[in-house]
Design a protein around this ligand. Structure first.
Ligand SMILES: C[S@@+](CC[C@H](N)C(=O)[O-])C[C@H]1O[C@@H](n2cnc3c(N)ncnc32)[C@H](O)[C@@H]1O
Length: 272
């Protein structure tokens, strides 16, 4: 069954793949909120010996915040217009708005349930949230100084084509793209090459698989009973999303077949 579905994957129209992902992320949000109504992040976290100074109320989210902190190292967001694509429950936008000094932070996500939760729990005059698709955001060209994309791109159907071009289109010349996700080396190569062809210059690359695996057992959000997964997504496993110890993703990460990497890119300025 799995083999057959993989073989016919290219026959499934894009709109149907997106619809299925949206339903899946909506269901995931519902399940996670039921388990922990204070949930603010849906990432795997980053274990660091550097103790970032946090407000007491943000301590429960330390590992997830440290992941954003690590991702944004070297990027000055002060006074900047920032877009987070795939903002989940908006914890990253909250971190940006409260621990940096951006002019404006916009978070978009495919899941309307996630966006509804963002609007409910994050109330700030400089943060706005909107339902939207990473590969076709609808924003005007060159409207952002910094784009953040963390642990969201692994399911985009046209990551190396549409998403790459959307990032390059939305950034002002000289703008930054802070990117982090889990992939095999081949997928990282094709993505970085596609970004390069779209006019983005790679500034840094950091493998943080070890620190992510160290954070995983201490992480706030839990594995979900895989029996509850939607019947129409037979290839999907919640445990791969939460990377529980019995998941294929966890095994691949410990064996080095899947790495967690952070990158920064800069949009080339003409004549640079
Ligand atoms: C693992 S969560 C990470 C969320 C957030 N960055 C964080 O660290 O907490 C991935 C998010 O990407 C969103 N997502 C997936 N595909 C998307 C798409 N095509 N466009 C926008 N968001 C998408 C999902 O709805 C989900 O909220």
């Amino acid at each position: 069954m799995k083999y057959l579905l993989r073989k016919i994957n290219f026959l499934i129209p894009l709109w149907l793949k997106k619809r299925a992902r949206k339903l899946m992320y909506n269901k995931f949000a519902e399940t996670q909120i039921k388990l922990n109504e204070d949930i603010r992040f849906i990432n795997l976290g980053y274990h660091s010996s550097e103790k970032l100074a946090l407000l007491g109320k943000d301590e429960p989210y330390r590992l997830s915040i440290q992941l954003y902190h690590e991702l944004l190292k070297g990027i000055d967001v002060n006074g900047k217009n920032v877009l987070e694509i795939g903002c989940g429950f908006g914890g990253g936008c909250y971190y940006l708005a409260n621990y940096h000094k951006p002019e404006q932070v916009t978070g978009i996500d495919l899941s309307d349930k996630n966006i509804a939760r963002c609007i409910k729990i994050h109330n700030s005059p400089i943060i706005q949230f909107k339902e939207g698709d990473a590969e076709d955001t609808g924003f005007a060209s060159e409207s952002f100084d910094v784009i953040v994309n963390l642990e969201s791109s692994h399911g985009y159907p046209s990551r190396d084509t549409k998403f790459c071009h959307e990032v390059a289109r939305l950034l002002r010349p000289g703008g930054y793209f802070a990117y982090g996700d889990l992939f095999g080396e081949k997928q990282f190569k094709s993505f970085t090459m596609a970004l390069n062809e779209a006019g983005m210059i790679q500034l840094s690359e950091k493998d943080i698989t070890k620190e992510v695996l160290q954070a995983r057992p201490m992480l706030q959000y839990k594995s979900v009973n895989t029996d509850n997964k939607p019947f129409w997504m037979p290839l999907f496993k919640y445990k791969n999303l939460t990377v529980s110890n019995d998941s294929a993703t966890y095994k691949a990460m410990t064996e080095g077949r899947i790495r967690y990497k952070l990158f920064t890119f800069k949009k080339g300025v003409k004549d640079e």
